[in-house]
Design a protein around this ligand. Structure first.
Ligand code: ADP
Ligand code: MG
Ligand code: MG
Length: 254
């Protein structure tokens, strides 16, 4: 089952062209890593997938579960099973984490034609999901991400993911700012949530994350395109040799 198919995608922000012909196909059960130097367009790609209003798609196609993703509003993308963990999770002062999770969860159920879960059942469910990320329940009563450390914010993103059980999860540098224990917990959370029916796209700058979450494919993004694709061993090679050789080989090939 093809979950996501991206063809010749071009996109711009503030009139600046950033994505320059990106191709990617993600099938159910797969984990894809997208690596690449700073400024190569990785976060831009994740924001385009989410439907961020600042980003304009200027060409190409994105198909999600057989439908044209570009025709779906941002809310409907998330309700239909696309989950995005941003590189810099936002803080929402005055909204408790529990209320935020409940609204997100019930809005997804409603979209699927299901009734809202009552408060007690919802709290039971959240409790189970807290265990996945080994998170203290005290975080539920605090405002969303407000005053959370970098690692706590990332863990909170995985808690949201555990609850929403996405079909397609895109994690943008979820590993950055994590110490080794938090990295293990976040990775084990992601691994527990990976099934043959869903897919994960991990955007990362470092090979380290891929010691814990083993990808089926590693893609290198450079100048707004995916320029090389390989297996998990490509990440090790990048760690050793950096990104420059990829650029040189791509230039030779072109
Ligand atoms: P990555 O996540 O791979 O580090 P980004 O997608 O964040 O890269 O950025 C890709 C490029 O887009 C960078 O060169 C960045 O400076 C540029 N960019 C991002 N946002 C804007 C903006 N609002 N206006 C102009 N350029 C931008
Ligand atoms: Mg970056
Ligand atoms: Mg980025």
């Amino acid at each position: 089952e093809v979950i996501l198919s991206v063809k010749d995608l071009t996109a711009e922000v503030d009139g600046v062209s950033i994505l320059k012909g990106l191709n990617l196909e993600v099938k159910a059960g797969e984990i894809h890593a997208i690596m690449g130097p700073n400024g190569s367009g990785k976060s831009t790609f994740s924001k385009v997938l989410a439907g961020h209003p600042d980003y304009t798609v200027t060409g190409g196609e994105i198909t999600y579960l057989g439908q044209n993703l570009l025709e779906l509003e941002a809310e409907d993308r998330s309700r239909s099973g696309i989950f995005l963990a941003f590189q810099y999770p936002i803080e929402i002062p005055g909204v408790s984490n529990l209320d935020f999770l409940r609204v997100a969860y019930n809005s997804k159920r409603k979209f699927a034609g299901l009734d809202e879960l009552d408060t007690f059942d919802f709290e039971d469910l959240v409790q189970q999901k807290l265990d996945v990320v080994q998170m203290n329940p005290a975080f539920l009563d605090r405002s969303v991400n407000e005053g959370f450390s970098g690692g706590e914010k990332k863990r909170n993103e995985i808690l949201q993911m555990a609850l929403l059980e996405p079909k397609l999860a895109i994690l943008d540098e979820t590993d950055s700012g994590l110490d080794i224990d938090a990295l293990r917990i976040v990775s084990s959370g992601v691994n527990q949530l990976t099934t043959p029916d869903n897919a994960v796209v991990l955007i990362t700058h470092y090979q380290r994350l891929l010691d814990y979450i083993v990808p089926d494919y590693v893609h290198v993004m450079e100048g707004g395109q995916i320029v090389t694709t390989g297996g998990k061993e490509l990440a090790l090679e990048l760690e050793e040799r950096g990104y420059t050789w990829i650029r040189e080989e791509a230039e030779v090939a072109a």
